[in-house]
Design a protein around this ligand. Structure first.
Ligand code: GAP
Length: 446
């Protein structure tokens, strides 16, 4: 059975609860660009931190990098993006719609009844023309062709051009990797599905440099490690699949490629969230040629020089954020209550708020004690305080944003210094000494 389509409900929840807003909303919005609100920025940051920890901090063989968005324009000639990062585009002279010529079956003509572009008698599609997806701008005061620079369409090239800088400064030996998280920009013709395909997004990319001949073994290892990372993030096993690129699907740089796909439910179904690619020596060789600088590795032990092959893992931070939200969203009935609840069953590690603290009433010293607990826990966890409305409503508000624990200060608390801790998923409540809350949460939030 296919998973339900929860996208519209999520878009509404994300706006209402401060996760994600349409960019420049007061001006009518910017097409397919989104802003992360207070809870969204925490959620995405937690996902990025987890990736950084898995890929950089916990390993000796991967170094971090934060390369600039604006790069020398020759970079994009060498990488193949100026000539080849294109989609075939058609315009409709009647409805003024713009569509990808190779994806007409997925598009809808705005005329009614709903059909694909070209299927109404009035449709007047132009010949397909190649449309480059890179955003162009100018560097310096003069708007002349010599000053053209591009907003990077992938973070990977910043890694390739720094291959020797990182290898030599950090005295790394092949095999080793370079990882970075950063913004990328693509003037997508058919963006959409909320933050799934946007024009400004964040990538978490890692290039692993290996000796030619060992590349396919590393490719298999990275495939397995990256799938495990998604499972460890809490994405359901039955919603994750590999998709192998056929010869026709392979990007110009790739010798082999697998996508990690996630089932977003409804008609969107399984879609790519990460690409694992064997890029061979394509990029380093191209940059050697275009820059006239050698980008070889010298293997001192075996006294040989070579251009390493690259295994790339490339995952979208926004797509994983959306996958985590879709995966976590559930509606359930609550025993003894007429109204059900909406829960974001997010993995504890990525939940934007780890614990919420409530005084049961606004008197008898309960708010003071709750505030004291709040300031104590704040140094270790992201916490929230709420004294408005019934306790049931406060629980519902936290369930809806995925807060794993709610701590209530009640009449007994001010007498014996204990509080109740309620678990988001099991709804079980436990009495815990206020003084041991930090250790209690630390043990639970692993
Ligand atoms: N360096 C290789 C590369 O960029 P890609 O398959 O084009 O490969 C990698 O992109 C990942 O970046 C995708 O799996 C996806 O998660 C994310 N991504 C790509 N285009 C995107 C877009 N328009 N909006 C959001 N995420 C995008």
């Amino acid at each position: 059975m296919s998973n339900p389509d929860v996208m519209d409900k999520l878009v509404s929840l994300c706006k209402r609860r401060g996760f994600i807003f349409q960019s420049s909303e007061i001006y009518g919005g910017t097409g397919s660009v989104w802003d992360y609100g207070p809870l969204g920025v925490e959620l995405k940051k937690n996902i990025k931190d987890r990736w950084w920890h898995a890929m950089v901090r916990s390993r000796d063989d991967i170094e971090g990098l934060d390369a600039a968005i604006l790069m020398h324009p020759r970079t994009w000639e060498a990488s193949g993006h100026v000539a080849g990062f294109v989609d075939p585009l058609v315009d409709c002279k009647t409805c003024k719609g713009r569509f990808r010529a190779d994806k007409l079956e997925d598009a809808r003509c705005p005329q009614k009844p709903s059909k694909q572009p070209g299927q109404h008698d009035a449709c007047a599609l132009t010949e397909a023309r190649q449309f480059n997806l890179m955003f162009k701008t100018h560097m310096g005061a003069l708007e002349e062709s010599a000053s053209i620079v591009y907003l990077r369409p992938e973070t990977a090239q910043g890694i390739f051009v720094n291959f020797l800088n990182v290898q030599q400064s950090m005295r790394q030996k092949v095999p080793f990797g370079i990882a970075q998280i950063g913004k990328a920009f693509r003037n997508e013709i058919t963006p959409g599905n909320f933050i799934f395909r946007t024009r400004e997004f964040e990538q978490m990319e890692m290039q692993f440099f290996v000796e030619p001949g060992t590349d396919m073994a590393w490719f298999e290892q990275w495939k397995a490690m990256r799938m495990q990372w998604h499972l460890d993030l809490g994405l359901s096993k039955d919603r994750l699949q590999f998709h192998q690129h056929s010869a026709g699907e392979l990007a110009h740089y790739a010798r082999a490629a697998f996508d990690v796909t996630f089932d977003f439910g409804g008609t969107l179904g399984f879609q790519e969230i990460e690409g694992v690619h064997n890029r061979g020596d394509f990029d380093l060789t191209q940059h050697q040629q275009y820059s006239s600088k050698k980008l070889e590795y010298f293997d001192q032990v075996n006294n040989k020089r070579y251009v390493p092959y690259v295994i790339e893992t490339s995952v979208g931070a926004d797509r994983v954020t959306l996958a985590a939200l879709v995966n976590a969203y559930r509606e359930e009935a609550v025993e003894g209550e007429t109204e059900g609840r909406v829960v974001l069953g997010l993995h504890h590690a990525i939940a934007p708020i780890k614990a919420a603290i409530f005084p049961l009433t606004k008197k008898d010293g309960q708010p003071e004690m709750a505030h004291a607990i709040l300031s104590d826990l704040r140094n270790s966890f992201t916490v929230d305080y709420d004294e408005t409305g019934s306790i049931g409503k406060r629980y519902r508000r936290q369930d809806e944003v995925g807060t794993p624990y709610c701590i209530t200060v009640d009449g007994q608390s001010t007498v014996d210094q204990t509080v109740t801790v309620r678990d988001r998923d099991t709804l079980a409540q436990e009495r815990v000494a206020a003084g041991s809350l930090k250790a209690y949460l630390a043990a639970k939030l692993v």
